[in-house]
Design a protein around this ligand. Structure first.
Ligand SMILES: NC(=O)C1=CN([C@@H]2O[C@H](COP(=O)(O)OP(=O)(O)OC[C@H]3O[C@@H](n4cnc5c(N)ncnc54)[C@H](O)[C@@H]3O)[C@@H](O)[C@H]2O)[C@@H](O)CC1
Ligand SMILES: Nc1ncnc2c1ncn2[C@@H]1O[C@H](COP(=O)(O)OP(=O)(O)O)[C@@H](O)[C@H]1O
Ligand SMILES: [K+]
Length: 515
C-alpha cells in the first residue's frame, strides 16, 4: 500500500472532485459516512456519550458531518467547535449550517472557555486538526488537547491525531492527541510508523473514501507499506524438479568465544528460510557447538577464539557476515583483506557494521546491492547522529544511494531503503526486543538471497517473515517469553500463512450521495 504525502492527498482530492464530478462537500460527506458506518457497526446505537471536538478546517468539517449523521441515528452527542482561527473552510461552514438547521447548537471553545467535563466511559471524536496542521497549536489549544488526553475516554481520531504534523516531529508532545484509534482516509500517513511520532497512534485503520483510482495507481510515492499482498507479488515458489543446488549456498561468517550462538541462530535461520546449503565459518571454539546444535549445517573454522583470516575454498552464493564476530584487531584486518577480494553478495550485520563504521574507507569494497541490517546504535555509528526521525530517514536514504546498498533500518516498523524508496514493514511485535532476534533476521535474508531473490526482495520478504514468525509465536508465548529460537521455529507457519489466512475483513460498503 502506498504512503502518500499530504500534498499528494490534496492532489488526489482534487483529481477525484474533477474526474468523478462531485463537489468537495460531497467528498467530505463520503468521508464522514465511512466513519459513521465504522462507529455504528461497533456501537449498534449504544447510548454512550460522544463528544465531537471539531476544528474550523476540513478536518473539523468531517467532524460536524459525522455529528449530524450520529444525531440522525439517535446517538447521544455533544459538539464543540475549537475556534483556533478565524479562517473557516467553506465545507466546514456548510456543515455547521446543516447542524444549525437541525437545531443542534455546538459549544464554541476559545482561549477563555472552561474545559468541558468528560466521563471515563465517554467517547471523544478528535476532529480538531487534520493533515493541514502547519504550526504548533496555540497554548490554549494545547491545554485542551492535554485535557482530552488526561480523560479516560476512548479517543477516536479523524484522519490523523490532532497536533501531529505529516512531515515533521512535533516540538511539544503535550500538543498532540494521544489517539486510541485513528481512522485514516484512503491511505496511512508516514508518521504512524516512525518511533517519535508513531507513539501517538495506538491503532489505525484506513477507510476507503473512493478517491480517484487512476491517480492512486499512477502516483509514485517515496514510501510503501509492506503487508502480505506486497510480498506475495515477488514470492518465488519452489519447483518440482528442483534440487538443493537450485536453492543456493549460504555462508555465515562470524562468532567469537562466548558468541557462537549468534552464528548458530543465523545458520539455522538461513536453512529455515529455504537455503539449499548452509556453511558456518567460525573460530575453532565454535566447531562442536555449531555441529551439535544444527546438524544440517557444515562448518569451516579459522583462529582459535576469534576469526583471524577469512579464506575458504567453497563457492557460496551469498555471505552473511558480522554476527558475534567481535572487533579485535586481528578480526578487523581479516575483514579488511576479505572485503578487498570478495565479489560475492553480502548481508552485513553487527560487528561487521561496527568495523565498517570505524573504517569507512572499506565501504567502497562492498559489492553493489549488498544488504546492511543495522539496529539504531549501529546505524548511528554508520551515518552519524540525527536530530529526529525525519533527519534519520534522509541520512539513510543518502547513504543507501551513495553506497548503492540496501539499508534495513531495524525497529518496531523496520524500514528497508533502496534507490530512494522506503518499504515499511507491518509485521512484528515488542517481544522481538530480545537477544539474537537480529541474528535470526540476518540468517533469513541471507537464505533468501541464496535462493535467487534480488537483494531488495530478500530484505523486504525477510523482514516480513521474521516479524510474522514472531507474531505467530506470541499466541502461546506472550511478549516476555519470546526468544529468537521461537522466531525460527515459527518460520514454517509464517511461510504457510502467506497462502492461507485472509489479509483483512471486507471493507464496509461506501455510501455516497450518488446512490
Ligand atoms: N482526501 C481526503 O483525505 C479528504 C480529507 N478531508 C479532510 O480534510 C482535512 C484537511 O483539511 P484542511 O486542509 O482544511 O486542514 P485542517 O483541517 O487540518 O486544518 C485547518 C486549517 O488550519 C490552519 N492551521 C494549521 N495549523 C494551525 C495551527 N496550529 N493553529 C491555527 N490554525 C492552523 C491551516 O490554515 C489549515 O488549513 C483532512 O485531514 C481530512 O480530515 C475530508 O474532508 C475529505 C477528503
Ligand atoms: N518493539 C519492537 N517491535 C517490533 N520489532 C522489534 C521491536 N524491537 C526489536 N524488534 C526487531 O527485533 C530485531 C532486533 O535486532 P537486533 O537489535 O540486531 O538484535 P540482536 O542484536 O539481539 O540480534 C530487529 O529485527 C527489530 O526490527
Ligand atoms: K484529527
Amino acid at each position: 500500500m502506498k504512503v502518500f504525502t499530504a500534498q499528494q492527498i490534496y492532489n488526489a482530492d482534487k483529481a477525484t472532485i474533477e474526474r468523478q464530478q462531485i463537489s468537495s462537500d460531497e467528498l467530505m460527506e463520503r468521508a464522514a459516512t465511512q466513519i459513521f458506518n465504522w462507529m455504528h457497526l461497533r456501537m449498534q446505537g449504544a447510548p454512550v456519550k460522544i463528544h465531537l471536538f471539531c476544528g474550523i478546517g476540513n478536518n473539523g468539517g468531517d467532524g460536524l458531518a459525522l455529528a449530524r449523521q450520529l444525531w440522525e441515528h439517535g446517538y447521544n452527542i455533544a459538539v464543540y467547535v475549537v475556534k483556533y482561527s478565524e479562517k473557516r473552510s467553506k465545507d466546514f461552514l456548510t456543515n455547521l449550517d446543516r447542524l444549525k438547521d437541525r437545531k443542534i447548537w455546538p459549544v464554541y471553545l476559545d482561549a477563555d472557555s472552561e474545559l468541558p467535563s468528560i466521563g471515563p466511559d465517554d467517547i471523544i471524536v478528535d476532529a480538531i486538526f487534520g493533515i493541514g496542521l502547519n504550526r504548533t497549536p496555540d497554548d490554549w489549544v494545547s491545554q485542551l488537547i492535554q485535557h482530552l488526553n488526561k480523560t479516560k475516554a476512548f479517543i477516536l481520531s479523524v484522519d490523523i491525531p490532532s497536533g501531529l504534523f505529516t512531515d515533521s516531529v512535533p516540538k511539544d508532545s503535550a500538543s498532540v492527541i494521544q489517539s486510541n484509534y485513528v481512522l485514516s482516509f484512503q491511505v496511512p500517513k508516514l508518521v504512524f510508523f516512525l518511533p517519535q511520532t508513531g507513539i501517538y497512534v495506538e491503532q489505525w485503520e484506513v477507510l476507503d473514501i473512493g478517491l480517484d483510482t487512476a491517480y492512486l495507481m499512477e502516483t509514485e510515492t517515496e514510501y510503501e507499506l509492506i503487508a502480505k499482498n506486497e510480498v506475495l507479488q515477488f514470492y518465488r515458489p519452489r519447483t518440482k524438479y528442483s534440487h538443493k543446488g537450485t536453492y543456493g549456498h549460504s555462508l555465515i561468517i562470524g562468532g567469537s568465544y562466548g558468541k557462537i550462538g549468534a552464528v548458530t541462530l543465523a545458520s539455522k535461520s538461513a536453512l529455515k528460510a529455504g537455503s539449499g546449503l548452509v556453511t558456518a565459518y567460525v573460530p575453532e571454539c565454535g566447531y562442536q557447538i555449531v555441529q551439535t546444535s544444527v546438524p544440517e549445517v557444515m562448518v569451516l573454522t579459522n583462529g582459535e577464539s576469534l576469526i583471524e583470516a577469512i579464506d575458504f575454498e567453497i563457492e557460496p552464493t551469498v555471505i552473511g557476515i558480522g554476527i558475534g564476530m567481535g572487533t579485535e584487531d586481528k578480526t578487523v584486518k581479516a575483514l579488511e583483506k576479505f572485503l578487498k577480494v570478495n565479489k560475492m553478495p553480502l548481508v552485513v550485520d553487527a560487528d561487521a557494521l561496527n568495523i565498517l563504521s570505524k573504517n569507512q574507507n572499506l565501504l567502497q569494497f562492498l559489492p553493489k546491492e549488498s544488504i546492511l541490517t543495522p539496529h539504531p546504535k549501529e546505524l548511528e555509528r554508520l551515518v552519524g547522529k540525527w536530530k529526529d526521525d525525519f533527519e534519520k530517514l534522509k541520512k539513510v536514504k543518502e547513504f543507501s544511494e551513495k553506497q548503492n546498498v540496501v539499508m534495513v533500518i531495524k525497529g518496531a516498523h523496520t524500514i528497508t531503503f533502496f534507490k530512494g524508496r522506503g518499504y515499511i514493514n507491518t509485521t512484528g511485535n515488542p517481544g522481538m526486543a530480545t537477544a539474537g532476534s537480529g541474528d535470526t533476521l540476518t540468517g533469513i535474508i541471507t537464505g533468501l538471497v541464496a535462493q535467487g531473490y534480488p537483494s531488495l526482495h530478500a530484505a523486504i520478504l525477510g523482514v516480513y517473515i521474521h516479524g510474522k514468525s514472531a507474531d505467530l509465536s506470541i499466541a502461546n508465548k506472550g511478549y516476555q517469553a519470546l526468544t529468537a529460537t521461537d522466531i525460527i521455529e515459527s518460520m514454517g507457519s509464517a511461510f504457510i500463512d502467506l497462502f492461507t489466512s485472509p489479509e483483512k475483513e471486507a471493507p464496509v460498503e461506501v455510501e455516497t450521495n450518488e446512490n
